[in-house]
Design a protein around this ligand. Structure first.
Ligand SMILES: [Fe+2]
Length: 380
């Protein structure tokens, strides 16, 4: 059991000398099962200042405590971040999640066969593989050595429900550690050595900060319209090789073939989201779900290929190998990430017999992210 006598401590993650990665912290000295208000204030502050927060040795944490920690960031939030998945057969999210019966806001994800876990019996988990989602794939013969970012994303329904503030991930079972080379396969030669089954994170603040002043201005003044039922809409389309958005081949499900569309649920969100504690701006766009851009002058870019090119040009520098934090999972790791300040991606390809079991929790928020204009600001 973790010590509860030590004082709570937030320690920034250590990176090699010269690394530009400026996010991530570990927290020690907190008992997640018995959180005090002071403990939570410290965790909240750590999350908004460091975006990714790691607790080691948390295998004992119950699904209930995981949910309660997650919900504490937004006590008015109650339902799972994607709500009830509509049209589960076609949605690209459907096969990857199993719900814990006694704590339905917590999902089990992973790889391989598990005979019993938290009331789930004989479950077959499947780690998402890029071959099911990317337009091009790594040849089978290289599949255990080379991999891709599966899909850079925010955990969010992007239709109706507000994006969750935080996602929590607990590593219950982790297969032992080989490594893979994650390739971008986009002509740049970029690649990254990663632990098997890593979760990759990039800072959307850095993504914004390194834009040119003109692009920052564009990002601050542009709004992003997401597709209705985005995960069904994109289900016929395929991803770019870097996992950062889709290729445009006209394969999206036509709107008249989607489940019934409630226009009021279609989301038009700022391209930049303000950090509630630091005030910094994140370039925060779900690149696969984007459908249109609303520009400052009132015009709308609705050519999907053009929309995607614009978003990709802005985001791609932010996933450069040197900017990616690839978490090396150990059993008992509880990782919280600021879902409104980072993008993340599943990475890797497991062999059939490599069993991995994680618990994931997020809740649809009770409020939308703040845009670049501070609330209460008035026009001059
Ligand atoms: Fe996710």
């Amino acid at each position: 059991m973790p010590s509860t006598t030590a004082s709570p401590l937030v320690t920034p993650l250590a990176f090699p000398e010269g690394s530009p990665i400026n996010f991530g912290a570990s927290v020690t000295g907190i008992d997640i099962e018995n959180l005090t208000d002071d403990d939570f204030a410290l965790i909240r502050s750590a999350l908004f200042n460091h975006q990714v927060v790691v607790f080691k040795n948390q295998s004992h944490v119950s699904p209930k405590a995981q949910f309660e920690l997650t919900q504490r960031f937004d006590p008015a939030a109650t339902s799972y971040g994607h709500g009830k998945v509509v049209d589960a057969k076609r949605s690209i999210l459907h096969p990857d999640l199993k719900t814990i019966p006694h704590q339905p806001q917590v999902q089990v994800i992973g790889n391989g066969f598990v005979s019993e876990y938290e009331g789930l019996k004989n479950i077959q988990l499947r780690h998402p593989h890029h071959r099911t989602f990317h337009a091009t794939t790594i040849p089978d013969a290289e599949d255990l050595d080379f991999t891709r970012f599966y899909r850079w994303h925010i955990d969010a329904a992007l239709y109706g429900l507000a994006p969750p503030v935080v996602t929590t991930l607990l590593a219950v079972r982790v297969p032992s550690g080989r490594r893979q080379t994650c390739r971008y396969d986009d002509g740049t030669g970029d690649e990254l050595d990663v632990p098997l089954g890593t979760t990759a994170f990039v800072s959307s603040y850095t993504m914004y900060d390194q834009l040119s002043p003109a692009d920052q201005e564009f990002a601050r003044t542009t709004k992003v319209e997401y597709a209705p039922h985005p995960y069904v809409w994109m289900s016929g389309a395929k991803s770019r090789s870097d996992g950062l958005g889709m290729v445009s081949e006209g394969k999206e499900v036509p709107l008249d073939q989607l489940p019934a569309i409630d226009e009021a649920k279609i989301q038009v969100l700022p391209m930049c989201w303000r950090n509630p504690e630091t005030g910094k701006l994140a370039l925060q766009v779900h690149p696969s779900a984007v459908r249109k851009l609303h520009l400052a002058d009132g015009s709308v870019v609705d050519d999907l290929a053009e929309v995607r090119e614009i978003v990709h040009r802005l985001q791609r520098p932010g996933i450069a190998p040197k900017l990616v934090y690839a978490h090396d999972w150990e059993e008992g790791d509880l990782v919280l990430f600021h879902n409104r300040g980072v993008l993340h991606s599943v990475v890797g390809a497991f062999a059939e017999d490599e069993v991995r079991l994680f618990r994931q929790c997020n809740v649809a928020a009770s409020f939308f992210p703040e845009g670049p204009e501070a609330v209460g600001a008035t026009a001059a």
